[in-house]
Design a binder for this molecule. Structure first.
Ligand code: HEC
Length: 103
């Protein structure tokens, strides 16, 4: 694992509060956005998933879940830390198909 050298460590749960991520995302069940364990499930085992998810966190927009996330102006270094944290969650729960269309 390890962090890129130039990045200061980020307290991911605090950042989720700071940016209001938690108002739309829950850990284990759906809010307005996909639960973070669903995101971990979707990208499990995929190379490059951290880049994909980090760049989505920096810009938001139309994503793969059939919704739109606002651009919250998260700095890229912090978005990478958040992506790493989200993808490290146990991918124990497949997404609820009633809530989100997976392509
Ligand atoms: C206003 C509500 C809202 C806020 C605030 C929000 N999100 Fe989202 N987020 C969404 C929605 C809706 C989606 C589904 C977009 C789609 O269709 O893929 C989403 C999708 C995601 C995804 C899935 C990306 C993928 O490729 O599967 C991640 C990861 C994510 N958000 C992280 C965050 C983080 C981290 C924050 C805080 C910096 C945040 N979100 C704040 C609504 C929100």
């Amino acid at each position: 694992m390890g962090r890129p050298r130039e990045e200061a460590p980020v307290d991911a749960p605090a950042a989720l509060d700071q940016y209001g991520c938690s108002s739309c995302h829950a850990l284990h069940a759906g809010g307005v956005g996909p639960a973070f364990v669903w995101v971990a499930w979707r990208y499990r085992g995929q190379h490059g998933a951290q880049d994909t998810v980090a760049s989505f966190i920096t810009r938001g927009g139309v994503g793969p879940w059939g919704g739109v996330m606002p651009n919250l102006a998260v700095p890229p270094a912090q978005a990478r830390e958040l992506a790493q944290w989200i993808l490290a969650l146990p991918p124990e729960v497949p997404p609820d198909p009633r809530r989100f269309r997976l392509q």
